[in-house]
Design a protein around this ligand. Structure first.
Ligand SMILES: [Zn+2]
Length: 557
């Protein structure tokens, strides 16, 4: 046992199976907190003796106690907002969709656009058309989004009201799919294609962080700001319930941080949140000055920025991910990158020169390579530094690029729950979009770790369920694709990717990610002992308590 300071503990957890994630003292029974920090970690008797007057005593009842989870890639504002939409995950076929959509429409008579989330790309055994949706709801606009948020399907009313029934010119990588009758088919690929429908929903302030990264225009007044606290708090509560004490948001603007700041001022902030400067393709490298300003303004353990987020490509399902070779079903098509090779190098060099971390969405092997090339150029230009630039997703990678992650000190921000068949996403049609002889390079996890890449796990919520216990199970039980290597990793490595790995990825491993005296008082108590629960039941476990900064922010029954 080790103790920092002479004052007494304010919160004590005893009788736990404590996995500290600290290699120096990996296991303990009890944890003492003093104010917002970890005070001591040790056995139940000696830790209990540290209790001061009014100290809260929590008996973990033999359950696992861990450092608070770090969710390394999510979209908090959007996801909190979407909790109020129709949830379509698991709904298949006309009958089930019809029943769900009709009931939701009746229960929500006043929403400007009827919105659904988590729509399967092959919900009818094929992609939806506007006519399919018209047959269910024709008199009100409907927009259903795929779980990955890269494709949406609209009914005729929505297409008409948004002025895109006859199509529209869009930036590269975006598409309003047109039918043989010369009108929009209903399928809208990538953000700029469905943005006109979203604009009807009155949720544009919430989507500004992902849509443009620009500030909402007009700048919201006090009443709008107050209204926006609700979806943000709904998202925070959902994350607290699942044991997250640190959240790395992957879209945003200064307004996102203002909403979070107001929640903090009101004592309603239940997790530490990082928000990037979102660099969309319409920007120029000179705009990175704004990222530096944002990072200087928000720079403490609760709210911070310090990084730049970009998209290099789209997703495999809609063939907008950038591949090295052609898509097997579409000869001649490899996807279009959102930044040219030369431009991305320019951006990477400038962001790196400013000491900013870079996080790039790169799903296809062609996109991953371009990002690595940019990071390499930044290292050549600025010299080697502890930059910890990140690549988000890495769903397909060329074998020769795997060792480059460790060589360049790049963090692999991967989502084991996205691997088809691992959790909620079916193996097909996604895997059919990838050539059979490349399945060996798809959705890697163990291979990346063995090549020395640092792993940070996440859900990309609302793309997938944020629940880390389901994520842990998925990472430990995911299928092995034909001809590929087993990519499962053991429990403690999975837990590390949700704790120490997440902290490393945000340069906070000196105060976060493990239970060690002097570290931030972020702790999660599970409902059971995760090491003795059968692996296929880990996802059904609950979080009993979440403690962030020494304050209990979630308690189950
Ligand atoms: Zn994302």
């Amino acid at each position: 046992m080790s103790i920092s300071g002479m004052a007494l503990a304010t919160l004590i957890i005893t009788n736990g199976r404590v996995l500290t994630m600290d290699a120096r003292h990996p296991r303990a029974e009890a944890v003492a907190l003093q104010g917002d920090q970890i005070m001591a970690v040790g056995d139940t008797a000696s830790i209990a003796a540290l209790a001061g007057p009014g100290c809260r005593m929590i008996d973990a009842g033999g359950a696992t106690v861990l450092p608070g989870f770090v969710e390394s890639h999510l979209h908090l504002f959007m996801a909190g907002n979407e909790l109020a939409h129709l949830q379509l995950l698991g709904i298949e076929g006309p009958e089930a969709l019809g029943a769900a959509l009709t009931a939701y429409a009746a229960a929500n008579p006043d929403v400007p656009v009827i919105r659904g989330q988590g729509c399967d790309y092959a919900i009818y055994g094929r992609s939806l058309t506007r006519h399919d949706l018209d047959a269910i709801v024709a008199d009100r606009p409907v927009l259903l989004s795929a779980a990955d948020h890269h494709t949406a399907w609209a009914n005729t009313k929505a297409l008409e009201m948004a002025g895109i029934l006859r199509g529209r010119d869009l930036p590269t990588g975006n598409e309003i799919v047109m039918a043989e009758d010369g009108l929009a088919a209903g399928e809208l690929r990538e953000f700029n294609a469905f943005e006109p429908v979203l604009a009807l929903s009155g949720e544009e302030r919430i989507s500004a962080g992902i849509a443009t990264g620009e500030e909402p225009n007009p700048m919201p007044g006090y009443a709008d700001l107050m209204r926006d606290l609700e979806p943000m708090e709904r998202g925070l509560k959902h994350c607290a319930k699942h044991g997250f004490t640190s959240l790395v948001n992957m879209d945003g603007n200064r307004y996102t941080l203002l909403v979070l700041s107001e929640l903090r001022r009101q004592g309603r902030l239940t997790a530490r949140v990082r928000v990037p400067f979102h660099y969309r393709p319409h920007r120029t490298p000179a705009d990175l000055e704004q990222a530096s300003i944002l990072s200087a303004e928000f720079n403490d353990d609760w709210l911070s920025s310090g990084f730049v987020k970009l998209f290099m490509d789209g997703v495999i399902d809609s063939e907008t991910a950038v591949l090295v070779d052609d898509y097997p079903a579409t000869p001649g098509w490899k996807g279009d990158a959102l930044h040219s090779d030369a431009r991305f190098k320019e951006i990477a060099i400038e962001a790196d020169r400013r000491g900013l971390q870079i996080a790039v969405h790169a799903i296809g092997d062609g996109a991953v390579r371009r990002v690595l090339d940019g990071y390499e150029a930044a290292r050549k230009a600025n010299g080697k530094r502890d930059s910890r630039h990140r690549i988000e997703h890495i769903e397909l990678i060329s074998r020769q690029d795997v060792p480059r992650l460790a060589e360049l000190g790049v963090v692999a921000s991967v989502q084991p729950v996205h691997a088809p068949g691992a959790m909620d996403f079916p193996v097909f049609p996604t895997m059919d979009k990838i050539a059979r002889d490349r399945w060996v390079d798809a959705y890697l996890c163990r291979d990346l770790a063995e090549a020395g890449a640092k792993l940070a796990f996440a859900s990309d919520w609302p793309v997938a369920d944020v629940n880390p216990l389901r994520g842990i199970q998925a990472a430990m039980t995911r299928p092995t694709y034909e001809g590929a290597r087993d990519q499962r990793i053991p429990l403690l490595d999975v837990l590390a990717a949700y704790t120490t790995g997440g902290a490393y990825a945000e340069h906070t491993e000196d105060r976060k990610g493990c239970l060690r005296p002097g570290y931030l008082g972020d702790v999660v108590i599970l409902s059971d002992d995760i090491e003795s629960v059968p692996v296929d039941q880990i996802g059904a476990m609950q979080v009993a308590k979440t403690i962030c900064g020494g304050r209990v922010v979630w308690e189950g029954e």
